[in-house]
Write a protein that binds this ligand. Structure first.
Ligand SMILES: Nc1ncnc2c1ncn2[C@@H]1O[C@H](COP(=O)(O)OP(=O)(O)O)[C@@H](O)[C@H]1O
Ligand SMILES: [Mg+2]
Length: 494
């Protein structure tokens, strides 16, 4: 099911989009995402790779035009087409403000719309090629230093995409392939992985690659919320079911009927909520709080956890039957430190993203800065990397490359540590006895551990499995000094 382009439709008007999208999908292999509200459309923008937006105005508002106006600033690369209600004038002023490619009037004819979409996409492709050539030309002529030329700006990294997910590693390729296979099924999915690894982004990609994409994707965080609240958020409640329930509430499951619900931090739910969820998964039954009526709805569940569910099951903190029900597919997002090949393409992607979002003209990121970033562990994973790049973009000057100068002290320190660690293993000088070699390694390891724990001796001792006295002896023996220069010049062979 390969598509040539993705078209987001904001359908607020009178057209029947079912037959139109079917005709155009067959003829041009476009993929259509039809949103029934602006907020649904914005959700799709965050999750799916979209080339073109068609906004069809309702008879009595200007929500459709407002959407395009906002889109111009948030996603300038997406082509904008406006569909006005029958016999409503479109002012040239407004059209220019939203910089729309074309406007049409209801009623829509699939042939006409098809032609407009095709021409729009052609124009976009030409503009893209022109931009690349112009930039290349400028760099050849430009006053950039030889060093900056080593940047990977024009050596497009061999990165891949699954909707909004950027990656180059085999591990991520495997996860995304499995996710793409899982997407069209309606089976529940568990996504496990540390915080910041991209679990929610993957869940969104899955939703927009399923036949459920025309229905909502709704998100509920299950952590830090009381059982009663969670119950009523998901299953809804009847008016007066508890103090504060002043009106009926639909609940996420029924609001997302036909779509997907993403349950984040699923490990945090109470045993009694686990029972309700299990019942929902088995029967599709929803019983609003304070109501006797059982209702049915068709929702796909994607659950995420940053604690390993299998271990929680073993400790009897999570129901085994629920666990088995949930993992129709089991996807594991590897931590960023285990796929450092992803760091460079991600960093470049974020530079572009944040430069664009803040209207900055930044040329790219130097190879030096990229390799420093690649050496870091990023305990906060992709989220931490993105925050670092956002900061670097803010500090860099227009018309320049981001360089190591813009790196935060934390990242610089972390990448220096990584270097010490690497040398520990890599330097194997000749003419040295095994004992000397061993002592050299021991010195390095003790020093690195002390640095990691900022010279907190009890913690460093614990990490090394030594007593405090044992550690103090090693510090004396190897003459280790607490100084910032201690990192690089610790070689002391004889
Ligand atoms: N592979 C990726 N490509 C692009 N952006 C990513 C990727 N992985 C994560 N991100 C971004 O990093 C941030 C954290 O991702 P998120 O999905 O919220 O992680 P999690 O749910 O695992 O905590 C988001 O801003 C997301 O867009
Ligand atoms: Mg998250």
């Amino acid at each position: 099911m390969n598509h040539t382009a993705t078209v987001l439709v904001l359908a607020l008007g009178a057209s029947d989009w079912g037959p139109i999208t079917k005709t155009l999908t067959n003829r041009y292999s476009y993929r259509f995402i039809v949103a029934k509200s602006a907020s649904e459309a914005r959700n799709a923008l965050q999750s799916a790779q979209i080339e073109l937006a068609v906004s069809e105005e309702s008879a009595d508002s200007s929500e459709g035009m407002n959407f395009l106006l906002n889109l111009r600033t948030s996603n300038p690369d997406i082509l904008r087409i406006y569909v006005a209600p029958l016999a409503t004038a479109v002012s040239a002023d407004t059209a220019a403000k939203a910089a729309i490619y074309q406007f049409l009037h209801e009623p829509l004819y699939p042939d006409q719309l098809g032609l407009v979409l095709m021409r729009a996409l052609e124009a976009q492709e030409l503009a893209r090629r022109h931009r690349l050539l112009a930039r290349e030309f400028k760099v050849q002529q430009g006053p950039l230093s030889a060093n900056d030329h080593a940047s990977t700006l024009f050596r497009r990294p061999e990165s891949q995409r699954f909707e909004k997910l950027v990656y180059a590693s085999d591990r991520m390729a495997q996860v995304c392939n499995l996710a793409a296979q899982a997407a069209p099924t309606s089976l529940p999915i568990v996504i496990e992985g540390e915080t910041g690894t991209g679990k929610e982004l993957l869940a969104r990609a899955i939703h927009y690659n399923s036949d459920r994409r025309a229905s909502p994707l709704l998100v509920q965080n299950c952590g830090g919320i009381s059982d009663e609240m969670l119950q009523s958020e998901l299953f809804g409640h009847k008016r007066g079911a508890f103090t504060g329930a002043v009106a009926d509430r639909l609940g996420l499951f029924r609001a997302a009927d036909g779509g997907t619900v993403f349950l984040d931090e699923i490990s945090e739910v109470s045993p009694s909520f686990q029972v309700s969820l299990l019942r929902f998964l088995q029967e599709g039954e929803v019983k609003p709080v304070g109501s006797d009526t059982v209702m049915h709805c068709d929702v796909r569940i994607i659950a995420a956890s940053n604690r390993p569910l299998k271990e929680l099951v073993a400790k009897r903190e999570f129901r085994q039957d629920l666990y088995f029900r949930l993992k129709g597919f089991d996807l594991e997002m590897p931590p960023l430190r285990e796929r450092s090949e992803d760091i460079e393409p991600l960093a470049e992607f974020f530079v572009g993203k944040h430069a664009e979002a803040t209207g900055r003209k930044i040329l790219g990121i130097s190879a030096d800065a990229l390799s420093k970033l690649s050496a870091c562990d990023f305990p906060g994973n992709v989220r931490e990397l993105e925050n670092e790049i956002r900061r670097m973009v803010a500090l860099a000057k227009d018309g320049e490359f981001i360089t190591t100068r813009n790196l935060s002290p934390t990242i610089l320190a972390a990448s220096n540590l990584a270097k010490v660690h690497e040398e520990t293993v890599m330097i194997l000088p000749t003419g040295v006895t095994l004992k000397e070699h061993f002592e050299h390694l021991e010195r390095r390891i003790v020093l690195k551990t002390l640095l990691t724990h900022r010279w907190n001796q009890s913690r460093a001792a614990a990490a090394l499995g030594l007593s405090r006295v044992g550690l103090v002896n090693k510090i004396k023996r190897y003459n280790l000094l607490r100084s910032d220069q201690g990192v690089g010049n610790g070689t002391n062979w004889r």
